[in-house]
Design a protein around this ligand. Structure first.
Ligand code: ZN
Length: 466
């Protein structure tokens, strides 16, 4: 066994995020935005600290003054001592996020403490990539302990709607006189709005907008939906700070309602499902690229005019086969079965009674274990005895008692296998193979990825390393 080792840069990011340091927060969000492989480790390490922030989404058509509203809301919250993380998501921006960010950084500079953190995300990655990255970024800010997380999006594409839906309260912002404002709201935003804001309400037509939204709400009312929340409509002039307190008040009321009705759990279930589906999509597209089949299948589709359903089926079958045939790794067979025992001396009597020869014991000091190998046909049995109370074997014995501890596959290329397994989304214990008994390189696979069995990969020591 080897202790769980976290790659230093991720460990440093995790520590920095937990202390809410701006530099590490920015680095962590860049890491998930770029969909880098360490994102998984990062989110896993932070996840236990999430779930506490109040998540508010703010969306609406371009020109509705969302950014100003968000900034005012942050300022108002800051007055009460609450901390605020802001994610501004705009994939439609022709700028790489820099333009928006410029204003935002100036705004952030108003706050001398670390009570406000602002980040814009504008890059659109692969399918669903932006949504997945945004969900991860929300987790990062949540784990950093911000009391509020405001997620600002332009409510246009499905990605943006998915992002804004992954919050507790959705605020839909509109302005009077936007010709297509109602159409824009009707197109997907209506049913997700918890609070409506008519911003720039000092303009002509604010009351008409109010009436339009009211009539839409009453028309859209499902007759028997329970529990029921009727979205309130508030009017603001965000540039002057008018109506900001009222918007906050409605957000707080909605949150109260979510908690009292138990609706919050239902919502979080929907968000989690959305997110898992999202990652699954990301995973499958990645796997298709990894089996090298995507380009070939597209080519085939073009030349043979095969239908897209057939192409997707074909590719999916290939991914599944790749995952099961073991073609992707250099596994040769079962090297040994590890059995945890209280005492090797006592346990070996049984094997000697079977007429098997029990090898000499060897101690792996780093892992607090003593092992004895018993050759059996082309494979072996490994008896494991703890030498320290805090060793993994001691803990296993304490929790589960004596019994089968792990299954070890022999391989010729452990490093290659580790890469392949990691690429296939398999959970590994530790980042890199470490030295085990007999000088072998070993790598453990988490039981949750291997049907409940702890799996060890082992590559025999090279000649020159003996
Ligand atoms: Zn072993």
């Amino acid at each position: 066994m080897n202790p769980r080792s976290v790659r230093p840069d991720v460990a440093a990011l995790v520590a920095g995020v937990r202390e809410r340091r701006a530099r590490q927060l920015a680095q962590a969000i860049s890491l998930v935005e770029g969909r880098q492989p360490q994102r998984r480790e990062l989110i896993a390490a932070l996840y236990d600290a999430t779930g506490r922030a109040r998540l508010v989404g703010i969306t609406g058509p371009p020109g509705s003054g969302k950014s100003t509203l968000v900034d005012r809301l942050a300022g108002e919250l800051r007055k009460t001592g609450d901390t605020v993380g802001i994610l501004a998501i705009d994939p439609t921006s022709p700028f790489s996020g820099g333009a928006i960010l410029g204003d935002r950084i100036r705004m952030q500079s108003h706050y001398t403490d670390n009570g406000v953190f602002i980040r814009s995300m504008a890059t659109r990655g692969t399918m669903g990539g932006l949504a997945a990255a945004s969900h991860d970024a929300i987790d990062i800010l949540d784990a950093a302990g911000f009391d509020w997380i405001l997620v600002e999006t332009v409510g246009v594409g499905q990605d943006e709607v998915d992002i804004v839906r992954s919050v507790d309260t959705v605020v839909v912002v509109t302005v009077p006189g936007l010709g297509d404002e109602i159409q824009a709201i009707k197109a997907g935003l209506m049913e997700i709005a918890d609070v409506f804001v008519i911003n720039k309400a000092d303009r002509e037509g604010a009351d008409r907008s109010q009436r339009d939204i009211e009539s839409m709400i009453s028309m859209a009312e499902p007759p028997s939906q329970k529990p029921k929340w009727t979205p309130p409509i508030t009017q603001t002039v965000a540039s002057r700070g008018d109506g900001i307190e009222e918007v906050l008040e409605e957000i707080r009321k909605h949150r109260q309602w979510l908690r009292e009705t138990g609706e919050i759990r239902k919502r979080r279930g929907i968000h989690l499902r959305l997110r898992v589906e999202n990652l699954l999509e990301e995973r499958i597209v990645l796997a298709a690229a990894e089996v090298g089949g995507l380009d070939a299948v597209i080519e085939r589709g073009l030349t043979e005019r095969a239908d897209p359903y057939l192409l997707a089926e074909h590719l999916f079958a290939e991914i599944i086969a790749g995952g099961h045939s073991g073609e992707g790794t250099s596994i040769r067979g079962i090297d040994h079965v590890g059995i945890a025992v209280d005492s090797i001396d006592r346990a070996k009597r049984f094997y000697e009674a079977l007429g098997l020869e029990v090898g000499a014991t060897e101690e792996v000091v780093a892992e607090g274990v003593r092992v004895a190998m018993i050759p059996l046909g082309s494979t072996r049995i490994e008896l494991l005895e703890a030498t320290r109370e805090d060793s993994p074997i001691a803990k296993f014995l304490e929790k589960r008692g004596q019994g089968m501890h792990h299954l070890c596959f022999s391989t010729d290329d452990i490093r290659g296998d580790v890469e392949t397994l990691r690429g296939a989304g398999v959970d590994l214990l530790g980042e890199q193979p470490t030295r085990g008994a007999e000088g072998c390189w070993v790598q453990f696979v988490h039981p949750r990825s291997a049907g409940g069995v702890l799996v060890e990969l082992s590559e025999p020591a090279q000649e020159e390393e003996n």
